[in-house]
Every structure is written in structure tokens, then in C-alpha cells.
Ligand binder design. Sequence first.
Ligand SMILES: Nc1ncnc2c1ncn2[C@@H]1O[C@H](COP(=O)(O)OP(=O)(O)OP(=O)(O)O)[C@@H](O)[C@H]1O
Ligand SMILES: [Mg+2]
Ligand SMILES: [Zn+2]
Length: 512
Amino acid sequence: MSTHAVTLAFVGLEPKRVDVQVQLAGGQHGIVIVGLGDKAVSESRERVRAAFAALGLAVPAGRVIVNLAPADLPKEGAHYDLPIALALLGEIGVLPRDALESALAFGELGLDGSLAPSPGALPAAMAAHAMGLKFICPAASGAEAAWADCDLVAAPSLIALVNHFKGSGHIRPPVRGDLVEGAAIPDLRDVKGQEQAKRALEIAASGGHNLLFVGPPGSGKSMLAQRLPGILPPLSAAELLEVSQIQSVAGLIDRGQLTRRRPFRAPHHSATMAALVGGGLRVKPGEASLAHQGVLFLDELPEFAPQALDALRQPLETGEVAIARANHRVVYPAKAMLVGAMNPCRCGGGTGVGMCRRGPRCAIEYQARISGPLLDRIDLQIDVPPVTAADLALPPPAEGSAEARARVEAARGAQSMRGEALGLGRDFVNARAEAALLDRIAAPDEGGAALLAKAAESLALSARAYHRTMRVARTIADLDGAGGVRRVHVAEALSLKRVWAGQQSGMVGAAS
Ligand SMILES: Nc1ncnc2c1ncn2[C@@H]1O[C@H](COP(=O)(O)OP(=O)(O)OP(=O)(O)O)[C@@H](O)[C@H]1O
Ligand SMILES: [Mg+2]
Ligand SMILES: [Zn+2]
């Protein structure tokens, strides 16, 4: 005879049903947990034993075998405590066995029998809903789980749960967490001058383009990047759940509060590859996934470890992070806009135009820290010149983030319709258009085509740079409310392009 409870394991964001089977066997006293559990799972023994003691119950004598099935699926985390404890309570007759069949349990036990939240309550509750099961979780996870619209019991402790099942205690249904605004984002109005950089920011936001600001210290690069979330449209309802699931797995949701504000992640340049793209012993989403549907800001881009930057190429290309494990593959979504900022050279680039006391070599060496393939993925690469005293003396600009955001939203609307017409989904942005698609959606008019051909020849544009220009021109046309890409759109796209040190002489071949 054995008793079953249901819980789940995550492979990335994908929930996999796990059956917890508890059986009493004679012989040596002790709890044995089998089924590829990690350290947290094996330590569950001690927490379950202590929680039983707190209930005034003893773990039955003899061997208690806990089997987590399927056996070949790795199990990580402390949320197995609750299903193990419930199945054991069923096995010793404290709980009716059938009560456990229709529920999915997910939570950690404290030594005193209290229930503590585990990361991933939101996707777990959504999975329970999809499986037609009631979701049993700690009270502290209730506000988050309630977003899943599932049948929900959020209990403060194991004893409260036992009383609930026996009908002798009532657990109040949890209230869903609030939809919050989040901390105030600074306004674009604070940035004086830098008209081209602001325009580039708006174009990037509109088309979801990756963007790199290159300029001397104090020119406002970080200031500009930090204002990007303020001009991006809010997350759609579907995106909100998608983004929140990642945050839930990363344990970043506070009191069940979700926000439609797009994520903005700014990891320090000392971040490891695992921190940036995910991975490590227990696979957690990295910064690229935490920035899903939002912005990944890498300030001082060349200071990041080259391997870490290289690892970003795949997510930038495919919109997801894939991490290979011994016997499976973990995938997290990672459709983020990459925004980078850097000085033209290691010593800052002084106040001249990209020059310093050490001459162009300094810039060339510094820029070489960013690989060609990464740079190829950045549609907008622009110079941010030093701010002048005259700029700083200007009155605040008439337009701020609200005006820019309205234009961005309109341009995104046009792309949504395009994505729908092409069967690429409503969240389509021009930045995701492959070269083959560009011919269909971004072919310029005659004048534009002529200009593009001329520029391709005189500036020796590589095929990649050519396509980057077309993508950006398409977005500029969308911002203009234009159906087709015209000469002016191509001209502006061509103007938003920095010349890398050594480029003409072919010293930085990749940075075409
Ligand atoms: N265009 C600007 N308008 C108003 N203030 C500015 C502008 N540019 C810079 N500043 C001021 O200078 C400060 C530094 O700007 P910021 O940190 O954005 O520079 P940066 O380009 O990122 O420099 P670094 O290369 O050193 O990181 C800002 O906090 C702001 O007070
Ligand atoms: Mg900065
Ligand atoms: Zn230098």
C-alpha cells in the first residue's frame, strides 16, 4: 500500500508533474527519498520529521520510502516538503487519501510546522489549473498564486491544513496581489541637448532594436538608458503573465504584486556568464531572461567578460536561452532589448571626438573587446557627444517621456498588425525581422533604394550593416505613420551609424 500526492518540477519554466509516493516498509528506522532529488530535497527528511513533531505526531517506525516519480527527472528545491508531508499524513491515516488525489501541493516546511514560500508559485499554480487540480501552497504564496485563477488553498501551517481537510478549521481564501506601478522612472525631459541620442532611443523603443551608445564620460549615456522603460508601452496581459512567471521562478515577486512595467535589468560588468544568461548548479533564469520583454542594459559594455558577452549572442538571436544539462535541456524565454553604453576608449576618450592622449590605438584596442558577431546584432550604434555648457543652459525640452511613449505605442501598433498579418504574432517588432523578410516589409521606394545602393557602395556596408539599415528605416517609417519606406527614412537610418575607429583602414573588420 502507498499514498500519493502530486507536485511538480520545473524544467526551465515548463512544469512537469511529479508523483510523490510514500510507503511504509519494515526494517531500519528512517526516511529514504529516492528519485533524483538535490540536496534541498534530501534535507526534506529533517524538516518533515520536525514538522511532524510540532504536530505532536511521530514519523512511523521502520523505513518510510518516498519515491519521486518519474525517477529520471531531476528534482530541485524545498517545495517537495509539503507533498511529502501530506502523503505521509495520508499513509498514517491522519488525512483522507482521496483528498490528496485532486490537489497539487507546493511549499517548504519550517521546523515548527509552518509553511514557507518557494520560488515558482505562480507557474506552479497555473500548472495546477491546467491539470484541473486544486493548488495547495503556503499562505505567503497565496497572493501570487491567486493570479492563476485556480482553486486555491493557501495555508499558514501544516496543522491548519490538516484541520482544513478534516473540516474542523477554515482557511480564508487568499486575495490576489495588487497590480502596481513600480518606482517612478526619471523623465526624458531631464536630458538636455543630445537630440540624436534621444531620437535613437525612441526608434530603438519603437522597433525593439538593440542599441549602443558610445561617448565620453558624463555625456548622459546612462541617464538616457535609464529613461527607456518610461517610453516603452506597458506589458500586454499575456506578456504580464509570461514575465511574471520568470520573476516568480527567480523568487523576485513580492507579496504577489505584479507590474505591467517592462523589466529593466542592469547587471554590473563583473556579472558571470551564469548570472547573465542563466545556469549554475540549480538552473535559474539569468539577467537576459529576467529582462524578457524589457531591457537588458549593459553599462560599460567592453568591461564585461568576453565569454559572458559571447553567451548573449544566442539569446539575442533566438529570443531564448537554452542551457544543456546532463540529461535534459532547460529553456527560458529571453526576448530582451539589449542596450549598451561605452566610452570610445579605455581612458574615457577625453573631450575630443573619440580621441585621447594615446591616439586611435587606444580606441581600437578597447572596441575590439566587443566581438563582431555581437555588434552585428546591434541595429543602432551611435555616438553621444559631450554635453556642452550651452546645452546645459537650455530650458527643459518641451517634450518628455509621455510624448515619446505615445509615438512609440503608435509605431508598435503598426508592427503588431504586421506581425499578425504575417503570422508572426502580435508582439512582432521590426528588430526581429530576418533578412529574407526585410525584402517584403522594408523594401524602400525608388529614391530610397537608390540612396541605399549608393551608401552600400561608398560606405562599403557589409550585408549585415545593409540589413540593419533596412530594419531601422522600417521602424522610422512606422514612427512616421508611413506604409512604405521612403528615401527620408533610409537617409535617417544611414545617419544613425557611428564610424568605429580603424574602420576605414580595415583595422576593425567586424565592426562594419
Ligand atoms: N544631456 C544632459 N542633460 C542634463 N544632464 C546631463 C546630461 N548629460 C549628463 N548630465 C549630467 O551628468 C551626469 C552623468 O551622466 P551619465 O551618468 O548619464 O553619463 P555617462 O555618459 O553615463 O558617463 P560615464 O561614461 O562616465 O558612465 C548625470 O547624472 C547628469 O547630472
Ligand atoms: Mg554611465
Ligand atoms: Zn584612450
